[in-house]
Design a protein around this ligand. Structure first.
Ligand code: PLP
Length: 407
């Protein structure tokens, strides 16, 4: 017997829950791709993306996922044999690095483990030692979705400036864009990559690169660029079809437009604040569960935690049992653990002692508290020792955030 019924709820860190409004915006006949609404809406859509990314720079949209954005960013800025410095704090940095190696780029890894953020002092020391400026780019992930570590991008930029190093700063914001505060221009990020299925609440299928004039300069000598990935026609097309190197991703664009409208109505600072509060509710619950000695947050330092996703560790393989119970019995899908291995290596297996709660995008207290309650019920059903105040503490966080609220 199972109580799973009605809407299943996806609490994984991407794809995230989709707003009905986004789905409805996509429910339509195919539009004309040569003229009319679709063509005319692109400038506003790009402006909306720029607003969310806090940049006046160039935007390119690809039919692809996050991996596509990774490849696009490398192809447009680097040449075969170029060296990059990759900062890893989980699994997604190593993933970007594997793509770079596959493209013939020389990847040097600075590994900060899987539960702590990048140490900017080590970055600065490495860049100072690179007196010949062999390192062409520093690659880092804002929020590593596997470990749920969030990196301090301004500190990394400051380290590069302190070393007076000319490398490009390239940042993966695939998990964090429209969830966590991020300032592409103000933080001196040269290339930022994102995708639509996490904070942007749109079905997977659109990838984005944002680049500034310094990166545009690097594009001129990059020999890895191929016609499909070239960001020049995409960001400054003479003809509409060049934006997508072919047929536009019609329905995704309508969905994305609606998602950007939802974000504009909320206001991006409010979006960030909502994520911060919901994250605190998760952490309050996790800290209470941790009193049982089995479940704990992967990242101890709250300042280094993502506010879009939380990775939890269990002593043994309880994580897998918890996920199976919440999904099978209660219709709530928690995120699988992605294997985390030291040394910047990509683990191939799922981490059976890890699970993740996604708290990104289209999420409110009701939905989040539902996920936390079902997880709490799983701990009870599976006889996994845990502190018993998780739900009241999570509710307390929501209550405190709403203390001054009047209707
Ligand atoms: C999801 C994610 C990716 C990969 O995106 P795909 O769409 O699965 O290719 C890369 N980096 C981060 C930080 C992510 O969260």
């Amino acid at each position: 017997m199972s109580l799973s019924f009605g809407h299943e709820f996806l609490s994984i860190p991407g794809p995230s829950a989709m707003p009905e409004r986004v789905l409805r915006a996509m429910h339509r006949a195919s539009p004309n791709i040569y003229e009319g609404e679709l063509v005319d809406m692109m400038p506003d859509l790009e402006a909306g993306l720029r607003r969310v990314a806090r940049t006046d720079g160039h935007v390119s949209i690809y039919i692809g996922n996050g991996h596509a954005a990774w490849e696009a960013s490398l192809a447009n800025t680097l040449s075969r044999g170029d060296k990059v410095l990759l900062l890893t704090t989980g699994r997604f940095g190593p993933g970007w690095g594997m793509m770079a190696r596959g493209m013939g780029i020389d990847v040097e890894i600075l590994d900060f483990g899987t539960a702590a953020p990048t140490d900017a002092a080590r970055v600065e020391a490495r860049l100072r030692a690179d007196t010949g400026h062999d390192i062409k780019a520093v690659l880092t992930v804002h929020t590593d979705t596997a470990s749920s570590v969030r990196n301090d991008i301004p500190a990394i930029r400051a380290a590069m400036n302190a070393a007076a190093h000319p490398a490009l700063l390239m940042v993966d914001c695939i998990a964090s864009l429209a969830c966590e505060p991020f300032e592409t221009d103000a933080w001196g990020v040269d290339v930022m990559v994102a995708a639509c299925q996490k904070g942007l609440m749109t079905p997977a299928g659109l990838a984005f690169t944002f680049h500034n004039d310094k990166a545009a300069e690097a594009r001129k000598s990059a020999d890895l660029v191929t016609p499909y990935w070239d960001w020049n026609p995409r960001s400054a097309p003479d003809m509409f079809y060049q934006r997508f190197c072919g047929t536009a991703p019609t329905h995704h664009l309508y969905g994305l437009r609606e998602a950007l409208a939802i974000l504009a109505e909320e206001g991006i600072e409010n979006t960030w604040a909502r994520h911060a509060t919901l994250a605190k509710a998760v952490w309050a619950a996790v800290d209470a569960w941790a009193e049982g000695g089995i479940v704990a947050a992967n990242v101890t330092d709250r300042a280094a935690r993502s506010i879009a996703v939380t990775t939890l560790r269990t002593k043994g393989e309880e994580a897998t049992a918890i996920r199976k119970w919440t999904q099978g019995f209660a219709g709530v899908t928690l995120g699988v653990g992605l294997g985390l291995e030291a040394g910047g290596k990509m683990a191939t297996a799922h981490g059976a002692d890890l699970f993740r709660i996604g708290h990104m995008g289209h999420l409110n207290p009701h939905a989040l508290l539902g996920t936390l309650s079902v997880t709490d019920a799983a701990l009870k059903a599976l006889d996994i020792p845990h502190g018993d105040a998780a739900l009241s503490r999570a509710a307390q966080v929501i209550a405190e955030a709403g203390a001054g609220f009047t209707a």
